[in-house]
Design a binder for this molecule. Structure first.
Ligand code: CMC
Length: 429
């Protein structure tokens, strides 16, 4: 079979570019020789047609609404797996055996405490600081506490850093929350599973017994699974780009957290719930749909649309089910925000504008309602996303370091600024 080539022809000059084929998904044109031979760059703001790396971790078919981790559909992982099993899968490429799972759970669980000095770090922040600001600072600061796992050339140190981050994120996230609301920090309790431990660190107080609700723990765990990885999204690409310079893993994850914070990315769950609260009642939905369609109005329906999914986000479907389970467990089946959400979804899915632009609900549309019912304030939503996404960032970062083709990431540009000109002394300007 002849090898497919893409030919770029400029007047007399012809350049044949190789096409690389993955296991599934679109082929990619290898444009590496383009600059060398034609002295040209490609232009692709927002990377809509650019594969920035080769990866074996996560696959998305946005047209079909498919999400696979290491080949396994997200629906099966969310239904039958637990979060740490998914972490193992993302990091090592295979589902763990029973013994491997027990060993992995043990190793993660026994890294949950943070250096005691870290607790003083929190007090440097204002109490009303956004917990994502605190997360950026504290996770970045981990590199100042765990010097023995910052040598990125040592696979053992890389794995220790990876486990540390997966283990300590819930502790740091819960500390950010407790600090924000003025309650004492609650230490991790290692006989609890990952999600239960996190709920306890967030909601227990020293003066009372805290019993973890298993329905909420399962919902929390599922939310973590649904957010664990999503291939080369903005924050993951940020982590890879930061890591490409050889920066230490804690600093790279802090960079990912900063990127995730934006409302077009992880911040959308907070924005979606705020939007539902602002709409308030179903009769006001048409007003907001009209705003979303108005080209002169910057308003967008938060929790709708996705760069890759041009179909229902498969995570949103699972999330919707989890939302109903949580609200039923808490006796909040008639939650007014849920009513607004369901009616908004119904209207948007039948509206010509949303159909034509393929704008479906994404995961953030339902996660906010669930987290709010569980007792989390909106400012914590993106923190929980960051907690869960840490494993994806770390798995992608490890993959990048081990990739023989890896080089420092260095995009080029189309320069449209002033051409060469001479400096004019201030007295003559
Ligand atoms: N409401 C109204 N119109 C929209 C929306 C929306 N939520 N999203 C996209 N559009 C329109 C947009 O105005 C544009 O119209 P036109 O072609 O007439 O200019 C068209 O749809 C394509 O939009 P785009 O901005 O070019 O698409 P994108 O791929 O660059 O953006 C997005 C994707 C997720 C940033 C965008 O859909 C959005 O802002 N959604 C709301 C925020 C949100 O829910 N983000 C969470 C994403 S999922 C979780 C995550 O990945 O973090």
């Amino acid at each position: 079979m002849s090898e497919t080539k893409v030919v770029v022809a400029i007047e007399e000059e012809r350049l044949e570019l190789s096409v690389r084929t993955g296991s599934i998904g679109p082929d990619v044109v290898d444009i590496g020789p383009l600059y060398k031979q034609l002295k040209m760059f490609t232009y692709d703001p927002g990377f809509t047609s650019t594969a920035s790396c080769e990866s074996k971790i996560t696959y998305i078919d946005g047209d079909e609404g498919v999400l696979l981790h290491r080949g396994f559909p997200i629906e099966q992982l969310a239904e039958h797996g637990d979060f740490l099993e998914v972490c193992y899968l993302l990091l090592y490429g295979e589902l763990p055996t029973k013994a491997q799972k027990a060993d992995f759970d043990y190793r993660v669980t026994h890294h949950t405490m943070v250096h005691e000095q870290m607790s003083r770090f929190f007090t440097g922040f204002r109490r009303d600081a956004h917990p994502m600001a605190v997360m950026c600072g504290c996770v970045g600061a981990l590199s100042a506490f765990y010097h023995d796992s910052t040598d990125i050339t040592d696979p053992h140190q890389r794995m220790v850093a990876s486990l540390r981050m997966i283990a300590k994120m819930p502790t740091i996230a819960a500390m950010a929350y407790k600090y924000h609301i003025g309650q004492p920090f609650v230490y991790p309790k290692n006989d609890l599973d990952y999600a239960s431990n996190f709920l306890r660190m967030c909601f227990a107080v020293p003066c009372e017994e805290y019993v973890v609700n298993p329905v909420l723990a399962r919902a929390m765990d599922r939310i973590f699974i649904l957010h664990a990885d999503h291939e080369q999204n903005a924050s993951t690409s940020t982590v890879r780009l930061a890591g490409s310079s050889g920066a230490n893993p804690f600093a790279c994850i802090a960079a990912g957290i900063a990127c995730l914070w934006g409302p077009a990315h992880g911040g959308a769950n907070e924005a979606a719930l705020n939007m539902l609260a602002e709409i308030g009642t179903a009769d006001r939905i048409p007003e907001y749909i009209a705003k979303a369609k108005d080209k002169n109005d910057p308003f967008r329906l938060m929790g709708f649309g996705h760069r890759v999914y041009k179909n229902y986000d498969p995570r949103a479907k699972i999330m919707q089910k989890t939302t109903h389970e949580v609200l039923a467990e808490l006796g909040q089946k008639d939650d007014p925000l849920l009513e607004v959400a369901m009616e908004l979804e119904r209207i948007a899915l039948t509206d010509e504008y949303f159909i034509e632009k393929k704008l479906y609900p994404n995961i953030d549309f339902y996660s906010g309602i669930t987290l709010s019912a569980m007792g989390f304030p909106t400012e914590m939503f993106t923190v929980l996303f960051a907690l869960a996404r840490t494993v994806g960032w770390i798995a992608q970062w490890n993959e990048m370091i081990e990739d023989a083709e890896q080089r420092i990431g260095r995009p080029r540009q189309l320069y449209v600024g002033a051409p060469l000109r001479d400096y004019v002394p201030v007295s003559k300007r």
